[in-house]
Write a new protein. Structure first.
Length: 84
């Protein structure tokens, strides 16, 4: 017996991430770091490449970076639109 397919109005997680390419995204990592930047690309493991990145640390410091690769294993939450 085959699995039922999702309704046509359902948005799968990787589809949502794909729609965010070229847009601002806020990434909360497991631990105490958060990143905000422009999503350049990602893979099936949700490893992400961000540009124009601001890194927020638990001690209140921020660091600006041109580009970085985030390991999808450590991503806890993604928020499209950035950290408004």
């Amino acid at each position: 017996m085959s699995e039922p397919s999702p309704p046509s109005d359902t948005l799968l997680p990787l589809e949502l991430v794909d729609r965010c390419i070229g847009s601002a995204i806020w990434v909360v990592m497991s631990g105490s770091r958060e990143f905000e930047g422009t999503l350049v690309g990602f893979d099936d493991y949700v490893n992400m490449v961000l540009e124009h990145v601001t890194e927020y640390n638990a001690d209140g410091t921020t660091i600006q970076r041109k580009k970085m690769l985030l390991n999808g294993t450590n991503i806890a939450m993604l928020i499209p639109g950035g950290k408004q």
